[in-house]
Design a protein around this ligand. Structure first.
Ligand SMILES: Cc1cc2nc3c(=O)[nH]c(=O)nc-3n(C[C@H](O)[C@H](O)[C@H](O)COP(=O)(O)OP(=O)(O)OC[C@H]3O[C@@H](n4cnc5c(N)ncnc54)[C@H](O)[C@@H]3O)c2cc1C
Ligand code: FES
Length: 275
């Protein structure tokens, strides 16, 4: 994995645009010198003035100077950010965390929900490297799938494939992202697997890679508050996800199999079973 850099200057950044992305999800575009140097898999702490500071993955890095986060409304912070218009200001800290190690070869990218956000810049970087990509994007229904058109437009060459899974069968293959991944495993040999999404989903993907002797890099999302390795809210095993991750690889995940995808920590630090 790439090494984390220590960047903590807080700055106010002007929103350049706020565009529709998918059901309940908006992409917030802005210009920021530090974000132009970010790597796929890194995240920001975004302060929504007067509301809260929330962690969000970079979903676009330096497209003609613009970077972006893609945010789904789930509570008051995300609701307020989704409602902000071009010309308004947000606070930004970061980019934080390590980043995906890019593999030139045959790779599977498996994402679900807002976990697709860091996988879009990853796919762009892997394409640039000449990798062959099997992209599996999952959601409950078609409207939930982020970046459907953007990913399709990236993977036009015949060597790549995009498999969309929906649980209600409204688009693509009916089932879950791990079902789509199993289909890929039946037909292709892989050099690397990347995943981001709900932790129980990533656990299923990890277990499949272990059965097949494959390497995986997952982008973990736990409760992140300080983002500096200080508060402990993001702990899994001996790792502080905010600094040691977000990207954890197979060897690290083997150390936390009792917890990974099985237990989460709440805001009070207590462990509870994933639903
Ligand atoms: C590293 C990381 C990257 C993320 N990237 C994205 C992204 O690209 N797009 C996206 O839509 N969402 C992303 N999230 C989730 C996003 O941070 C939460 O949805 C957001 O913080 C919720 O804030 P709220 O005020 O709207 O909701 P609240 O009402 O405060 O919380 C709703 C739920 O969101 C989760 N949540 C709240 N605060 C945090 C927090 N500080 N850290 C983690 N989870 C929290 C909890 O499950 C909580 O129950 C990411 C989370 C992490 C940890
Ligand atoms: S968020 Fe505080 S230690 Fe990771």
């Amino acid at each position: 994995m790439g090494s984390p850099r220590s960047i903590d200057p807080r700055r106010m950044v002007r929103i350049a645009d706020n565009t529709f992305e998918a059901s309940e999800a908006r992409t917030i575009l802005f210009q920021d010198a530090l974000c132009r140097t970010a790597r796929p898999g890194q995240y920001l702490m975004i302060w929504v003035p007067g509301i809260d500071e929330i962690p969000l993955s970079l979903s676009m890095i330096d497209h003609n100077g613009l970077s972006a986060v893609t945010v789904k409304r789930v509570g008051k912070g995300t609701e307020a950010l989704c409602g902000m218009a071009g010309g308004e200001y947000i606070g930004v800290r970061g980019p934080y965390g390590n980043w995906f190690n890019l593999t030139k070869g045959r790779v599977a990218i498996v994402g679900g929900g807002t976990g697709l956000a860091p996988l879009l810049p990853l796919a762009e970087a892997l394409l640039e490297l000449g990798s062959e990509i099997y992209f599996i994007a999952g959601g409950e229904k078609k409207e939930d799938i982020l970046f459907l058109q953007k990913i399709s437009a990236l993977l036009t060459a015949p060597k790549h494939s995009l498999i969309v899974t929906t649980e209600d069968g409204s688009y693509g293959r009916q089932g879950t992202a791990p079902d789509g991944f199993k289909d890929v495993l039946k037909e292709h040999e892989l050099d690397m697997v990347y995943s981001c999404g709900p932790e129980p989903m990533m656990r299923k993907i990890f277990d499949l890679t272990e059965e097949q002797g494959l390497q995986i890099q997952v982008c973990m999302e736990r409760i992140i508050r300080c983002s500096l390795g200080l508060c402990g809210s993001c702990v899994i095993g001996r790792f502080r996800v905010c600094k040691d991750g977000l990207i954890l690889h197979s060897e690290q995940l083997r150390e936390v199999t009792d917890e990974f995808g099985r237990f989460e920590r709440g805001f009070d630090g207590r462990k509870t079973h994933f639903n």
